[in-house]
Design a protein around this ligand. Structure first.
Ligand code: NAD
Length: 278
């Protein structure tokens, strides 16, 4: 795998989870890092989101590799905030070469009881947030004639599931956005690819609210109780994957040598991709 010396990478939702893994791995390979996270809970999301302390911790991990790190408390659903962050990063580091539109939330409820607030949160963070990230970085990338954009969809961006109307709609939308953006940006040396993760071991899936939804028969379900349920969502007999399995693909798409791979969706979902078309 080639290095990223001299490159600058923006990672949204970088305070913890998969975003932190991508940030540290890109820094270890030479990239300077720009991170944003909302660092605030949402009334529409029933598990805790990241904190300012989480974002600081990722920044420390990046700086420990010897690379520079710029952080911002910014909500990707806010286009003005994303434009301001990109302007600050370009002024400080001179460029953004790589953007990983990773920030997202999980909102789970049956469609008949899904509230407008839950719907707007899922579409705002997971779809509009990706659009805002792509829109904010694209002008500078076009000007420099170089860019690697990676979006994060989901295995629920290729299939439906109970309780997942809003989340699934947002993640199917990310794939449509990714493919269209890949075509718009193709003449400019910019690639746009999506990753469709399966169950990844982060706070998004390891939280009481989701555990209780998966095991309503138990009063206080733990990880062992939900393990078989998560395992059934994959084809291979594994319940959840480490975040670095997604990072490996981020590094692949972000590499200079991946110049002619664009508009693709790469599932990392323990074989579930074999069950769906596309
Ligand atoms: N964990 C899984 O099983 C799984 C599966 C498929 C796809 N994904 C996707 O992977 C991505 C990363 O999730 P994760 O697993 O690391 O979960 P996570 O909850 O640990 O991390 C998501 C981060 O995004 C931040 N965030 C949420 N909304 C934001 C917004 N509007 N603006 C800025 N920051 C925001 C959160 O504060 C958090 O730090 C998400 O897009 C998620 O939908 C996760």
């Amino acid at each position: 795998m080639e290095g990223f010396e001299g490159r600058v990478a923006l990672i949204t939702g970088g305070a913890r989870g998969q975003g932190r893994s991508h940030a540290v791995a890109l820094a270890e390979r030479g990239a300077d890092i720009v991170l944003c996270d909302r660092c605030e809970d949402s009334p529409a999301v029933n598990y805790p989101l990241a904190t300012a302390a989480d974002l600081d911790e990722t920044a420390e991990l990046v700086r420990a590799t010897g690379r520079r790190c710029l952080t911002a408390k910014a909500d990707t659903a806010d286009r003005g905030a994303m434009d301001a962050l990109v302007a600050e990063a370009e002024s400080e580091f001179g460029r953004i070469d790589i953007a990983v539109a990773n920030a997202g939330v999980s909102v789970a409820a049956p469609v008949q009881s899904l509230t407008q607030e839950q719907w707007s949160e899922a579409i705002g963070s997971n779809l509009t947030g990706v659009f805002n990230t792509v829109g904010a970085v694209a002008p500078g990338m076009i000007w420099r004639g170089y860019g690697r954009i990676v979006t994060i969809s989901s295995m629920l961006g290729r299939a439906g599931n109970t309780n997942m109307a809003a989340y699934g709609a947002s993640k199917w939308g990310v794939i449509g956005l990714t493919k269209s953006a890949a075509l718009d940006l193709a003449p400019h040396g910019i690639t746009v690819n999506a990753i469709a993760p399966g169950n990844i071991s982060t706070p998004m899936i390891h939280n009481d609210a989701l555990y209780r939804m998966m095991r309503p028969d138990l009063e206080a379900p733990g990880a062992d109780d939900v393990e078989p349920v998560f395992r059934s969502l994959h084809a291979q007999p594994v319940a959840w994957l480490d975040a670095f399995e997604i990072t490996r693909v981020v590094l692949f798409f972000a590499a200079e040598g991946s110049a002619h791979i664009s508009g693709t969706v790469l599932p990392v979902d323990a074989g579930n991709a074999a069950r769906v078309t596309g």
